[in-house]
Design a protein around this ligand. Structure first.
Ligand SMILES: [Zn+2]
Ligand SMILES: [Zn+2]
Length: 255
């Protein structure tokens, strides 16, 4: 109770800072200058990859890349594109303890992918390895998963998936190395194995870069007979690089 009172008092006393430029703002989120700089992925978007796509007429639509390949996860939604204008938002959230960003991020994610929550039985974050969790103290994907699930009254199981291998930081890899790096890295926690079969699962992560991580997680869940796997992320790269060794371009693109 005292901790909650303390944080409420602090929030009342400290100025709110824009998540983009850290200028003082009246309400949480982005200032009037930062908001229009972001590349939002608002509808119309492709039903598969969630990237902007508007062939006209009533939807839903699937872009050529998604129509051509097997989609794992089935549907992906992102609030905005990852790029120079948005990178700092997520880096501060991940590494510099701007956890006050989480409610704003969750709101943006719900605006982009609320329909995925409506059809989900379970919300599951992409896990961190325990050693990285101990070092960083929190899993940013689990915080986002918890918030979006709470707001739509869905069940979130933060430890349903575990990361078996301590994969090296994805930032250090090229596309094909990233794919090799995450294959086999994830597993369903044995105590939650009975929660997967027949369930429609929504994976949550902060950033989709190549899609390799989400794809590896989704494949593990599908091997445990999940009914379907979708994914909701804060940001995604527009056109992920494809692994050089892959013969299936459209699969690689969505992942
Ligand atoms: Zn700003
Ligand atoms: Zn698509």
């Amino acid at each position: 109770m005292f901790a909650r009172l303390g944080s409420t008092l602090l929030a009342a006393v400290l100025p709110r800072l824009c998540l983009g430029c850290e200028a003082i703002v009246a309400s949480p989120g982005l200032c009037a200058a930062c908001w229009p700089r972001m590349r939002w992925l608002a509808p119309p978007v492709c039903e598969g990859c969630g990237l902007l796509f508007d062939p006209g007429g009533p939807g839903p639509f699937v872009c050529v890349a998604c129509a051509a390949g097997m989609r794992v996860p089935r549907r992906v939604r992102a609030a905005l594109l990852y790029g120079p204008e948005s990178r700092d938002l997520v880096l501060r959230f991940k590494h510099a303890d701007r956890l006050d960003a989480a409610p704003s991020f969750a709101g943006w994610m719900l605006a982009a992918g609320g329909d995925l929550l409506d059809t989900a039985d379970l919300v599951v974050p992409v896990p961190l390895h325990w050693a990285r969790l101990a070092w960083r103290r929190y899993n940013q994907a689990a915080i986002l998963a918890h918030l979006v699930a709470c707001r739509r009254r869905r069940i979130c199981i933060p430890d349903l998936l575990v990361r078996r291998l301590r994969t090296r930081s994805q930032g250090a890899f090229g596309a094909s190395a990233r794919w090799r790096n995450v294959e086999g890295a994830f597993a369903v926690a044995p105590r939650h194995a009975q929660h997967v079969e027949g369930r429609r699962i929504l994976l949550v992560d902060d950033v989709l870069t190549t899609g390799a991580t989400l794809r590896a997680c989704a494949r593990v869940l599908l091997r445990h007979h999940a009914a379907s796997v979708d994914a909701l992320v804060l940001m995604r790269v527009a056109r992920p690089e494809r692994p050089a060794a892959s013969g299936n371009r459209s699969r690689a693109r969505l992942g």
